[in-house]
Design a protein around this ligand. Structure first.
Ligand code: MLT
Ligand code: ZN
Length: 441
């Protein structure tokens, strides 16, 4: 049996500490040990041993999750299984696919793809730490979903170890396969509750042309955002991103050493990027004809583009620097986005600071709320999620359910759906040892 070497079993509290708290500082726990297997066989040995002894297992990738799904909260007897050593990258194959270890970072896969003349369709601000295993386990989205879809759309196959130690491996062979249940697809979004992903086979995409243009557009109303995006989509085949940013979010994002690029005050902004020869002229012309544009700043050269993108990418770190927020990733049917945006302040307690931004094409809204007393955080979260559910939305469109939203799953998943999820869970993990308390509370 492949045993994990002693130096990869961390029991010292100081060594365990970084694995026991999440990136936001909101989720904190303690575990008996952190185990860092270096191969699929070692993962299987760990899981077999844990099943035999009844020890819960909390799988963890880059620990950049935002819903407490990879931290041993309330599980002092658990083992954290870190996948970070499973970081190998196979050569890109003829079909434009790559098999990556679950612990490879998103940035490492991006660089590997680039070196082979391809690109990886997934991108988000935590790319240097987030792992592809974690991204698949949570069906992560990010900045390029408009163009390439979420993690699920990049996934061709997966290898995972079940709680009993059995290895499900579908990372070789044909890229098209219609034989029965899509097990890799089932593992995608399962948040470590069904098995531990060890390798993923990812579909790469053609690289975006180097010629790019970015614009930050000020809008007089949030309702102007969707018609603007529709107009830009029709005009710009190279459109690669469209981010919606509320005024408070942009003030935070632009606040950390970046000069505010488009002082308004505009109630909302859209950051768009397009790629292709003539990108800057095409974007300028499209914006000139598009409805709802209050003001706009455009950038063609790389440094100016990066400055505009920084205003978006600094929002999350700036929120964390200001406090521990309520952090949600809801989505709503696009036509009701302005209504939900306008109604949100009404469900917050007095003194709360609301920061709104998100991914416009999917009406995926990041609702962050600061300055809510701890005692009111649950009630406030429930009120926001009920507002979203009543508007026909989803309580999670990007970060997953984790521990943070498990009790509200039933708001947007029917009793029949939750029962089917529980049936799958108990078939694959009958003792309930994989990530207890996550997704299905
Ligand atoms: C983002 O889009 O920046 C991420 O989902 C992070 C966040 O919600 O804070
Ligand atoms: Zn996001």
């Amino acid at each position: 049996m492949a045993a994990v070497g002693a130096r990869h079993v961390l029991t010292d509290p100081d060594l365990r500490a970084p694995y026991e708290v999440d990136w936001t500082g909101r989720w904190r726990g303690a575990c008996r040990a952190v185990v860092r297997p270096g191969s699929t066989e070692e993962v299987a040995a760990v899981l077999r041993a844990c099943t035999e002894t009844g020890v819960p297992v909390v799988p963890q990738g880059g620990n950049t999750g935002l819903v407490g799904g990879s931290v041993p909260v309330g599980l002092p007897g658990a083992v954290v299984l870190s996948t970070r050593r499973l970081a190998g990258l196979d050569p890109v194959d003829e079909a434009g696919c790559v098999v990556a270890g679950a612990g490879a970072t998103v940035a490492a896969v991006q660089q590997h793809a680039r070196a082979a003349g391809w690109a990886f369709g997934l991108d988000f601000a935590s790319r240097d730490s987030a792992t592809v295993g974690g991204a698949v386990a949570t069906n992560a989205g990010g900045l390029r979903v408009l163009r390439w879809g979420p993690a699920r759309a990049q996934l061709v196959g997966a290898e995972a170890v079940l709680a009993c130690g059995a290895v499900l491996s579908r990372v070789d062979g044909p890229v098209k396969d219609s034989t029965g249940y899509d097990l890799p697809g089932l593992l995608c979004g399962s948040e470590g509750t069904l098995g531990v992903l060890t390798r993923v086979r990812l579909r790469l995409v053609p690289p975006l042309p180097d010629r790019r243009a970015v614009a930050l557009v000020g809008l007089g109303t949030v309702a102007a955002a969707s018609p603007l995006l529709a107009a830009l989509r029709q005009r710009l085949p190279g459109l690669a991103a469209a981010e919606l940013i509320g005024a408070a979010a942009l003030a935070l994002g632009a606040g950390r050493g970046v000069q505010h690029p488009l002082p308004g005050p505009w109630p909302a902004y859209v950051l768009v990027e397009t790629a292709g020869a003539g990108a800057l002229d095409d974007l300028a012309a499209a914006l000139a004809d598009a409805p709802g544009v209050g003001d706009a700043v455009l950038a063609g050269d790389a440094a100016d583009r990066a400055r505009l993108w920084r205003c978006r990418e600094e929002i999350t770190p700036s929120i964390s620097a200001a406090g521990v927020p309520i952090k949600l990733d809801v989505s709503v049917p696009p036509p009701v986005l302005p209504e939900v945006w306008a109604a949100l302040p009404g469900v917050l307690p007095g003194g709360a600071e609301l920061i709104l931004f998100g991914h416009l094409a999917e009406a995926n809204l990041h609702v962050n709320v600061l300055s809510v007393p701890d005692a009111e955080k649950d009630a406030t979260t429930g009120a926001i999620l009920r507002l979203v559910a009543n508007a026909g939305g989803s309580i999670s469109a990007e970060h997953g359910i984790g521990r943070a939203k498990a009790r509200w799953l039933g708001l947007t998943r029917s009793p029949a759906e939750v029962a089917a999820m529980r049936a799958v869970k108990s078939a694959l993990d009958p003792s309930g040892l994989l990530n207890p308390g996550v997704l299905l509370a």
